[in-house]
Design a protein around this ligand. Structure first.
Ligand code: URA
Length: 298
């Protein structure tokens, strides 16, 4: 998928969320309207989004290499429990797992398959509990803090993720955290389609080794990357799907939630947090865990 369609999908997701929050108007810069009104000079058009079907029509398994692009439709209420297709993956010993992940991290560190290598400081393979943790969180790509420390989700978005993890009753050491892309894109831009494709084999290998009980996908890039779908985060968030037999819960990226805070939109912030928390509660319910009593407001 081109970078253009990624951007258009993100805009559509954002407008859909604003609609869900009850917004009926949006401010648009006069210069943008003038540009839209000008005769079109574009030669290529992004593929049209389909209006029929829905997330339920996503393939139930086999996302990834063979995945078809998914139809776009009305989101359904997420009440279905995920169905595990292949619970009997070959189990590695803890020692074998650690060795296999360290070997992947070494390959990530010397990988020269895409231009992201050129500007980064440290590669960020991901970290946490590799022994079939209850949850593996997958984000987009490292930002500035992650790039300096070589650790996933340690900046502002990471702090919110840490709170989300704690609210679920876990510490960061008990779960695994990784990204679709292992190197920081310049200026934190969204990783491009070819960069995602080049990096994805590392993540797939990690998932095969770690065998998390569930996966939580954080944001549109993680969803597009792992599920290889064109359906946006707003439509998929809070609804079970699966990857390689592992139940997958897509939800919003913490940075997306934080944007409401920086814009002073407390209503939007509350609604976005609530949507993410509802998704995480579905994960806890699937895992048979009760929702911990809240300790402090976030
Ligand atoms: N955003 C991500 O998607 N991943 C990180 O590791 C940090 C910020």
């Amino acid at each position: 998928m081109s970078e253009w369609t990624d951007i258009i999908d993100d805009v559509i997701d954002h407008v859909n969320l604003l609609k869900e929050l009850g917004h009926r108007t949006a401010e648009v810069d006069a210069a943008v309207i003038a540009a839209w009104s000008a005769p079109a000079k574009r030669t290529a058009r992004a593929p049209a989004r389909q209006d029929s079907g829905g997330p339920a029509s996503l393939p139930r398994q086999g996302y990834g290499e063979q995945a078809a692009s998914a139809a776009v439709g009305s989101p359904k209420i997420a009440d279905a429990q995920p169905e595990i297709i292949d619970p009997s993956a070959p189990a590695l010993s803890p020692e074998e797992r650690r060795r296999a992940l360290a070997e992947i991290a070494e390959r990530v560190d010397v990988c020269d398959n895409c231009p992201l290598r050129q500007n980064r400081n440290k590669s960020v393979p991901g970290q946490g509990n590799p022994d079939s943790p209850d949850v593996m969180f997958i984000g987009e790509a490292p930002g500035a803090d992650e790039d300096l420390q070589g650790l996933a989700f340690v900046g502002a978005a990471g702090q919110l993720l840490t709170k989300m993890i704690a609210a679920m009753g876990y510490s960061r050491d008990e779960i695994f955290i990784a990204n679709i892309c292992k190197c920081r894109p310049p200026n934190n831009r969204t990783p491009q389609s070819d960069e995602r494709q080049k990096c994805l084999p590392f993540l797939r290998e990690q998932i095969r080794i770690i065998r998390p009980k569930t996966i939580v996908l954080l944001g549109g890039t993680a969803i597009r990357g792992l599920l290889d779908t064109q359906v946006g985060v707003t439509r998929l968030q809070g609804q079970w799907t699966q990857y390689d037999g592992i139940p997958v819960m897509p939800t919003y990226h913490p940075a997306y939630v934080l944007r409401f805070e920086s814009q002073g939109d407390s209503k939007g912030l509350k609604a976005a947090k609530m949507q993410v928390w509802n998704a995480l509660k579905l994960v806890l319910a699937y895992l048979g865990k009760s929702v911990p009593a809240p300790k402090a407001s976030t």
